[in-house]
Design a binder for this molecule. Structure first.
Ligand SMILES: Nc1ncnc2c1ncn2[C@@H]1O[C@H](COP(=O)(O)OP(=O)(O)O)[C@@H](O)[C@H]1O
Ligand SMILES: [Mg+2]
Length: 371
Protein backbone atom coordinates (compact mmCIF):
# COMPACT_ATOMS: atom_id res chain seq x y z
CA UNK A 1 0.00 0.00 0.00
CA UNK A 2 1.35 3.45 -0.88
CA UNK A 3 2.50 5.52 2.07
CA UNK A 4 1.68 8.84 0.45
CA UNK A 5 -1.73 10.41 0.01
CA UNK A 6 -4.71 10.17 2.32
CA UNK A 7 -5.00 6.82 4.08
CA UNK A 8 -7.49 5.06 6.29
CA UNK A 9 -6.69 4.23 9.90
CA UNK A 10 -8.71 2.65 12.67
CA UNK A 11 -8.33 3.85 16.26
CA UNK A 12 -9.38 1.57 19.11
CA UNK A 13 -9.66 3.02 22.59
CA UNK A 14 -10.68 1.23 25.77
CA UNK A 15 -10.05 3.51 28.71
CA UNK A 16 -9.89 3.41 32.50
CA UNK A 17 -13.67 3.65 32.83
CA UNK A 18 -13.76 -0.01 31.70
CA UNK A 19 -17.05 0.77 29.95
CA UNK A 20 -16.17 -0.75 26.59
CA UNK A 21 -14.47 -0.30 23.25
CA UNK A 22 -14.56 2.83 21.08
CA UNK A 23 -13.57 2.28 17.46
CA UNK A 24 -13.22 4.99 14.83
CA UNK A 25 -12.43 4.80 11.13
CA UNK A 26 -10.68 7.94 9.98
CA UNK A 27 -9.05 9.27 6.89
CA UNK A 28 -5.79 11.03 7.63
CA UNK A 29 -3.70 12.99 5.18
CA UNK A 30 -0.88 10.48 5.14
CA UNK A 31 2.68 11.70 5.22
CA UNK A 32 1.69 15.11 6.55
CA UNK A 33 1.99 16.28 10.08
CA UNK A 34 -0.78 18.88 9.96
CA UNK A 35 -4.16 17.28 10.01
CA UNK A 36 -7.17 17.15 8.27
CA UNK A 37 -9.04 14.31 9.90
CA UNK A 38 -12.17 12.91 8.36
CA UNK A 39 -14.22 10.69 10.68
CA UNK A 40 -15.86 8.10 8.42
CA UNK A 41 -17.48 5.67 10.85
CA UNK A 42 -17.66 4.81 14.54
CA UNK A 43 -18.70 1.77 16.53
CA UNK A 44 -18.99 1.27 20.28
CA UNK A 45 -19.03 -2.13 21.97
CA UNK A 46 -19.83 -2.23 25.70
CA UNK A 47 -17.97 -4.77 27.84
CA UNK A 48 -20.04 -7.62 29.20
CA UNK A 49 -20.26 -7.57 32.99
CA UNK A 50 -17.97 -10.59 33.66
CA UNK A 51 -15.16 -9.14 31.53
CA UNK A 52 -15.32 -5.83 33.38
CA UNK A 53 -15.12 -7.76 36.66
CA UNK A 54 -12.15 -9.80 35.46
CA UNK A 55 -10.35 -6.63 34.33
CA UNK A 56 -11.01 -4.93 37.66
CA UNK A 57 -9.61 -7.98 39.46
CA UNK A 58 -6.40 -7.80 37.42
CA UNK A 59 -5.71 -4.31 38.71
CA UNK A 60 -4.54 -5.93 41.95
CA UNK A 61 -2.41 -8.97 42.69
CA UNK A 62 -4.57 -12.09 42.39
CA UNK A 63 -3.85 -15.79 42.11
CA UNK A 64 -2.63 -17.09 38.74
CA UNK A 65 -2.76 -13.59 37.32
CA UNK A 66 -0.20 -14.11 34.50
CA UNK A 67 -2.33 -16.85 32.98
CA UNK A 68 -5.54 -14.88 33.51
CA UNK A 69 -4.00 -11.77 31.95
CA UNK A 70 -2.95 -13.68 28.81
CA UNK A 71 -6.39 -15.24 28.41
CA UNK A 72 -8.06 -11.86 28.77
CA UNK A 73 -5.53 -10.35 26.38
CA UNK A 74 -6.72 -12.84 23.76
CA UNK A 75 -10.38 -12.27 24.62
CA UNK A 76 -9.89 -8.53 24.19
CA UNK A 77 -8.21 -9.08 20.80
CA UNK A 78 -11.25 -11.08 19.71
CA UNK A 79 -13.54 -8.24 20.80
CA UNK A 80 -11.36 -5.60 19.15
CA UNK A 81 -11.36 -7.61 15.91
CA UNK A 82 -15.13 -8.12 16.01
CA UNK A 83 -15.71 -4.41 16.69
CA UNK A 84 -13.36 -3.49 13.81
CA UNK A 85 -15.19 -5.86 11.45
CA UNK A 86 -18.55 -4.21 12.29
CA UNK A 87 -17.00 -0.74 11.92
CA UNK A 88 -15.56 -1.51 8.48
CA UNK A 89 -18.67 -3.34 7.29
CA UNK A 90 -20.87 -0.36 8.19
CA UNK A 91 -18.54 1.91 6.20
CA UNK A 92 -18.29 -0.47 3.24
CA UNK A 93 -14.50 -0.65 3.63
CA UNK A 94 -12.43 -3.78 3.07
CA UNK A 95 -9.66 -4.49 5.67
CA UNK A 96 -7.07 -4.33 2.85
CA UNK A 97 -7.92 -0.62 2.44
CA UNK A 98 -6.89 0.19 6.03
CA UNK A 99 -3.26 1.23 6.53
CA UNK A 100 -3.15 0.32 10.23
CA UNK A 101 -5.08 0.00 13.46
CA UNK A 102 -3.90 1.98 16.48
CA UNK A 103 -4.95 -0.08 19.48
CA UNK A 104 -4.44 1.37 22.95
CA UNK A 105 -5.35 -1.83 24.80
CA UNK A 106 -6.84 -2.05 28.27
CA UNK A 107 -4.68 -0.74 31.09
CA UNK A 108 -4.57 -3.01 34.14
CA UNK A 109 -1.50 -1.47 35.80
CA UNK A 110 0.03 1.96 35.30
CA UNK A 111 3.18 2.28 37.41
CA UNK A 112 5.58 4.71 35.73
CA UNK A 113 7.29 5.09 39.12
CA UNK A 114 8.29 1.42 38.76
CA UNK A 115 9.18 1.86 35.08
CA UNK A 116 6.22 0.11 33.52
CA UNK A 117 2.65 0.34 32.31
CA UNK A 118 0.61 -2.63 31.17
CA UNK A 119 -2.17 -2.70 28.59
CA UNK A 120 -3.86 -5.97 27.68
CA UNK A 121 -5.11 -6.84 24.19
CA UNK A 122 -2.98 -9.15 22.05
CA UNK A 123 -1.85 -7.09 19.06
CA UNK A 124 -0.50 -10.23 17.37
CA UNK A 125 -3.91 -11.87 17.54
CA UNK A 126 -5.69 -8.69 16.45
CA UNK A 127 -3.41 -8.46 13.37
CA UNK A 128 -4.07 -12.11 12.64
CA UNK A 129 -7.83 -11.86 13.01
CA UNK A 130 -8.32 -8.53 11.26
CA UNK A 131 -5.74 -8.92 8.51
CA UNK A 132 -4.67 -5.34 9.27
CA UNK A 133 -1.33 -4.04 10.57
CA UNK A 134 -1.66 -3.18 14.27
CA UNK A 135 0.26 -0.59 16.26
CA UNK A 136 0.03 -1.12 20.03
CA UNK A 137 1.87 -0.58 23.32
CA UNK A 138 2.15 3.16 22.74
CA UNK A 139 3.13 4.05 26.28
CA UNK A 140 6.14 1.86 27.08
CA UNK A 141 8.73 3.68 25.02
CA UNK A 142 7.97 7.01 26.63
CA UNK A 143 8.35 5.39 30.06
CA UNK A 144 11.63 3.82 28.95
CA UNK A 145 12.78 7.36 28.11
CA UNK A 146 11.98 8.46 31.65
CA UNK A 147 8.45 9.76 30.99
CA UNK A 148 5.06 9.03 32.50
CA UNK A 149 3.87 7.28 29.33
CA UNK A 150 0.74 9.41 29.68
CA UNK A 151 -1.15 11.33 28.68
CA UNK A 152 -0.42 10.79 24.97
CA UNK A 153 -3.42 12.57 23.44
CA UNK A 154 -2.05 16.12 23.96
CA UNK A 155 0.12 15.74 20.85
CA UNK A 156 -3.00 14.98 18.85
CA UNK A 157 -4.95 17.85 20.43
CA UNK A 158 -2.01 20.08 19.51
CA UNK A 159 -2.26 19.02 15.87
CA UNK A 160 -6.03 19.03 15.56
CA UNK A 161 -7.49 21.57 17.98
CA UNK A 162 -4.93 24.35 18.56
CA UNK A 163 -5.94 27.93 17.67
CA UNK A 164 -3.31 30.53 16.66
CA UNK A 165 -4.76 33.35 18.78
CA UNK A 166 -7.12 31.83 21.32
CA UNK A 167 -5.87 30.09 24.46
CA UNK A 168 -7.67 26.76 24.50
CA UNK A 169 -7.63 23.93 27.02
CA UNK A 170 -8.89 20.47 26.06
CA UNK A 171 -10.17 18.34 28.94
CA UNK A 172 -10.81 14.66 28.41
CA UNK A 173 -13.07 13.30 31.15
CA UNK A 174 -12.66 9.53 31.01
CA UNK A 175 -12.14 7.32 34.06
CA UNK A 176 -9.27 9.65 34.84
CA UNK A 177 -9.38 13.25 33.59
CA UNK A 178 -6.52 14.76 31.66
CA UNK A 179 -5.98 18.15 30.10
CA UNK A 180 -4.04 19.68 27.25
CA UNK A 181 -3.02 23.31 27.46
CA UNK A 182 -2.74 25.07 24.08
CA UNK A 183 -1.49 28.61 24.76
CA UNK A 184 -0.95 30.60 21.53
CA UNK A 185 2.72 30.88 20.63
CA UNK A 186 3.85 28.70 23.51
CA UNK A 187 4.58 25.03 24.09
CA UNK A 188 1.73 22.56 24.46
CA UNK A 189 1.61 20.97 27.88
CA UNK A 190 -0.73 18.52 29.57
CA UNK A 191 -1.13 16.06 32.42
CA UNK A 192 -3.64 13.91 34.27
CA UNK A 193 -5.75 16.08 36.58
CA UNK A 194 -7.12 13.33 38.83
CA UNK A 195 -10.30 11.27 38.96
CA UNK A 196 -12.73 11.70 36.09
CA UNK A 197 -15.70 9.33 36.14
CA UNK A 198 -14.20 6.30 37.82
CA UNK A 199 -15.02 7.06 41.45
CA UNK A 200 -18.56 8.20 40.58
CA UNK A 201 -19.00 5.04 38.48
CA UNK A 202 -17.72 2.77 41.27
CA UNK A 203 -19.92 4.40 43.91
CA UNK A 204 -23.16 4.25 41.93
CA UNK A 205 -22.38 0.64 40.91
CA UNK A 206 -21.97 -0.30 44.56
CA UNK A 207 -25.12 1.46 45.78
CA UNK A 208 -27.55 1.39 42.85
CA UNK A 209 -26.20 -1.32 40.54
CA UNK A 210 -25.85 1.22 37.70
CA UNK A 211 -22.76 1.46 35.49
CA UNK A 212 -22.74 5.26 35.73
CA UNK A 213 -24.69 8.23 37.03
CA UNK A 214 -26.60 9.31 33.94
CA UNK A 215 -26.29 13.08 33.47
CA UNK A 216 -25.09 13.29 37.07
CA UNK A 217 -28.72 13.10 38.24
CA UNK A 218 -27.99 11.06 41.39
CA UNK A 219 -25.14 13.39 42.35
CA UNK A 220 -27.45 16.36 41.79
CA UNK A 221 -29.98 14.83 44.20
CA UNK A 222 -27.41 14.84 47.04
CA UNK A 223 -25.66 17.52 49.08
CA UNK A 224 -21.91 17.90 48.77
CA UNK A 225 -20.16 17.19 52.11
CA UNK A 226 -17.53 19.95 52.56
CA UNK A 227 -15.41 18.08 55.12
CA UNK A 228 -15.25 14.97 52.95
CA UNK A 229 -14.39 17.02 49.88
CA UNK A 230 -11.56 18.66 51.81
CA UNK A 231 -10.17 15.29 52.93
CA UNK A 232 -10.23 14.02 49.35
CA UNK A 233 -8.71 17.22 47.96
CA UNK A 234 -5.78 16.71 50.35
CA UNK A 235 -4.62 13.82 48.16
CA UNK A 236 -0.97 14.66 47.30
CA UNK A 237 -1.39 13.68 43.63
CA UNK A 238 -3.78 16.61 43.16
CA UNK A 239 -1.13 19.05 44.38
CA UNK A 240 1.90 17.54 42.66
CA UNK A 241 3.40 19.56 39.83
CA UNK A 242 3.27 18.01 36.32
CA UNK A 243 4.42 15.80 34.68
CA UNK A 244 2.02 13.39 36.35
CA UNK A 245 -0.31 10.59 35.40
CA UNK A 246 -2.67 8.41 37.33
CA UNK A 247 -5.07 5.50 37.15
CA UNK A 248 -7.07 2.99 39.14
CA UNK A 249 -3.80 2.16 40.90
CA UNK A 250 -4.44 5.23 43.07
CA UNK A 251 -8.07 6.28 42.62
CA UNK A 252 -10.28 3.29 43.45
CA UNK A 253 -12.96 2.20 45.94
CA UNK A 254 -10.35 1.42 48.61
CA UNK A 255 -9.06 4.99 48.30
CA UNK A 256 -12.60 6.34 48.60
CA UNK A 257 -13.48 4.10 51.56
CA UNK A 258 -10.37 5.27 53.39
CA UNK A 259 -11.77 8.84 53.27
CA UNK A 260 -15.28 8.00 54.49
CA UNK A 261 -16.54 8.10 58.07
CA UNK A 262 -19.18 5.54 57.16
CA UNK A 263 -22.34 7.40 58.15
CA UNK A 264 -22.65 9.56 55.01
CA UNK A 265 -25.72 9.33 52.79
CA UNK A 266 -24.71 7.62 49.52
CA UNK A 267 -26.23 10.39 47.37
CA UNK A 268 -24.26 12.99 49.34
CA UNK A 269 -21.06 11.02 48.71
CA UNK A 270 -21.88 10.99 44.99
CA UNK A 271 -22.40 14.76 45.05
CA UNK A 272 -19.02 15.09 46.76
CA UNK A 273 -17.31 12.85 44.20
CA UNK A 274 -18.72 14.98 41.41
CA UNK A 275 -17.38 18.07 43.17
CA UNK A 276 -13.99 16.35 43.55
CA UNK A 277 -13.79 15.64 39.81
CA UNK A 278 -14.80 19.21 39.02
CA UNK A 279 -12.32 20.72 41.53
CA UNK A 280 -9.46 18.55 40.27
CA UNK A 281 -10.05 19.85 36.74
CA UNK A 282 -10.75 23.47 37.66
CA UNK A 283 -7.77 23.68 40.05
CA UNK A 284 -5.51 22.21 37.34
CA UNK A 285 -6.70 24.82 34.83
CA UNK A 286 -6.35 27.70 37.29
CA UNK A 287 -2.95 26.48 38.48
CA UNK A 288 -1.28 25.55 35.20
CA UNK A 289 -3.22 27.12 32.32
CA UNK A 290 -3.25 30.78 33.33
CA UNK A 291 -5.12 32.93 30.83
CA UNK A 292 -7.17 30.08 29.38
CA UNK A 293 -10.11 31.48 27.43
CA UNK A 294 -11.88 28.42 26.09
CA UNK A 295 -12.24 24.96 27.63
CA UNK A 296 -13.36 22.09 25.42
CA UNK A 297 -14.59 18.88 26.99
CA UNK A 298 -14.46 15.40 25.54
CA UNK A 299 -14.86 11.84 26.83
CA UNK A 300 -17.93 10.37 28.48
CA UNK A 301 -17.85 12.89 31.34
CA UNK A 302 -18.76 15.62 28.86
CA UNK A 303 -22.30 14.12 28.99
CA UNK A 304 -22.55 14.57 32.74
CA UNK A 305 -24.70 17.75 32.86
CA UNK A 306 -24.30 18.24 36.59
CA UNK A 307 -20.52 17.99 36.25
CA UNK A 308 -20.39 20.42 33.35
CA UNK A 309 -22.55 22.87 35.32
CA UNK A 310 -20.27 22.59 38.37
CA UNK A 311 -17.21 23.11 36.19
CA UNK A 312 -18.74 26.14 34.46
CA UNK A 313 -19.51 27.69 37.85
CA UNK A 314 -15.93 27.01 39.01
CA UNK A 315 -14.39 28.63 35.92
CA UNK A 316 -16.53 31.71 35.28
CA UNK A 317 -13.88 33.31 33.05
CA UNK A 318 -13.77 30.43 30.57
CA UNK A 319 -16.18 29.46 27.87
CA UNK A 320 -16.89 25.75 28.45
CA UNK A 321 -18.17 23.65 25.57
CA UNK A 322 -17.82 20.17 24.13
CA UNK A 323 -15.25 19.54 21.37
CA UNK A 324 -18.24 19.00 19.04
CA UNK A 325 -18.21 22.80 18.66
CA UNK A 326 -14.80 22.41 17.00
CA UNK A 327 -16.14 19.75 14.64
CA UNK A 328 -14.83 16.80 16.64
CA UNK A 329 -17.44 14.64 18.37
CA UNK A 330 -16.56 14.46 22.08
CA UNK A 331 -17.19 10.71 22.20
CA UNK A 332 -14.57 9.84 19.59
CA UNK A 333 -11.63 12.17 20.20
CA UNK A 334 -9.55 9.51 21.98
CA UNK A 335 -10.20 6.79 19.38
CA UNK A 336 -9.34 9.26 16.60
CA UNK A 337 -6.17 10.18 18.52
CA UNK A 338 -5.05 6.54 18.54
CA UNK A 339 -5.65 6.30 14.78
CA UNK A 340 -3.38 9.35 14.46
CA UNK A 341 -0.79 7.83 16.81
CA UNK A 342 -0.76 4.73 14.58
CA UNK A 343 -0.13 6.95 11.59
CA UNK A 344 2.79 8.62 13.36
CA UNK A 345 4.30 5.21 14.16
CA UNK A 346 3.86 3.98 10.57
CA UNK A 347 5.74 7.04 9.33
CA UNK A 348 8.42 6.83 11.98
CA UNK A 349 7.43 10.17 13.49
CA UNK A 350 7.95 10.89 17.15
CA UNK A 351 4.61 11.39 18.86
CA UNK A 352 5.22 11.96 22.57
CA UNK A 353 5.60 15.47 23.92
CA UNK A 354 8.43 15.50 26.47
CA UNK A 355 6.95 18.70 27.95
CA UNK A 356 3.86 16.63 28.77
CA UNK A 357 5.19 13.23 29.81
CA UNK A 358 8.56 14.29 31.22
CA UNK A 359 10.46 11.95 28.89
CA UNK A 360 14.12 12.83 28.28
CA UNK A 361 13.49 13.03 24.54
CA UNK A 362 10.79 12.56 21.92
CA UNK A 363 10.29 8.99 20.70
CA UNK A 364 8.52 6.94 18.07
CA UNK A 365 5.69 5.34 20.04
CA UNK A 366 4.26 1.87 19.59
CA UNK A 367 5.13 -1.62 18.43
CA UNK A 368 4.09 -2.61 14.90
CA UNK A 369 2.57 -6.03 14.11
CA UNK A 370 2.44 -6.31 10.34
CA UNK A 371 -0.74 -7.64 8.71
N1 LIG B 1 -24.89 10.60 29.97
C1 LIG B 1 -23.87 10.45 30.82
N2 LIG B 1 -23.94 10.97 32.07
C2 LIG B 1 -22.95 10.84 32.95
N3 LIG B 1 -21.81 10.17 32.68
C3 LIG B 1 -21.68 9.62 31.46
C4 LIG B 1 -22.68 9.73 30.47
N4 LIG B 1 -22.25 9.08 29.36
C5 LIG B 1 -21.03 8.58 29.66
N5 LIG B 1 -20.68 8.90 30.92
C6 LIG B 1 -19.46 8.54 31.65
O1 LIG B 1 -18.42 8.33 30.73
C7 LIG B 1 -17.73 7.10 31.01
C8 LIG B 1 -17.10 6.58 29.77
O2 LIG B 1 -16.26 7.57 29.30
P1 LIG B 1 -15.02 7.28 28.36
O3 LIG B 1 -14.68 8.56 27.69
O4 LIG B 1 -15.32 6.11 27.52
O5 LIG B 1 -13.90 6.94 29.41
P2 LIG B 1 -12.62 5.98 29.25
O6 LIG B 1 -11.77 6.59 28.21
O7 LIG B 1 -12.02 5.97 30.61
O8 LIG B 1 -13.19 4.64 28.85
C9 LIG B 1 -18.80 6.22 31.63
O9 LIG B 1 -18.24 5.23 32.45
C10 LIG B 1 -19.62 7.24 32.42
O10 LIG B 1 -19.03 7.45 33.68
MG1 LIG C 1 -14.46 4.22 27.41
Amino acid sequence: MALNGPALYVGIMSGTSLDGIDTALVELADGQFRLPVRLLATHYQAYAHPLKGALLALHHPTSNELHQAQLISNELAQLYAAATAILLQAAGIDPSQVRAIGCHGQTIRHRPEHGYTLQLGSAALLAELSGITVVSDFRSRDIAAGGQGAPLVPAFHDQALRHPDIHRVIVNIGGISNLTDLPPGRLTTGFDCGPGNLLMDAWIAQHCGEAYDKDGAWAASGQMIPALLQVMLNEPFLHAAPPKSSGRDLFNLAWLNSKLRGDESPADVQATLLALTSHAIADAIRGFCAGAQEVYLCGGGAHNHALVQHLSASLPDCLIQATDTLGMNADWVEAIAFAWLAQQAMHGHCANLPAVTGARHSCILGAIYQA
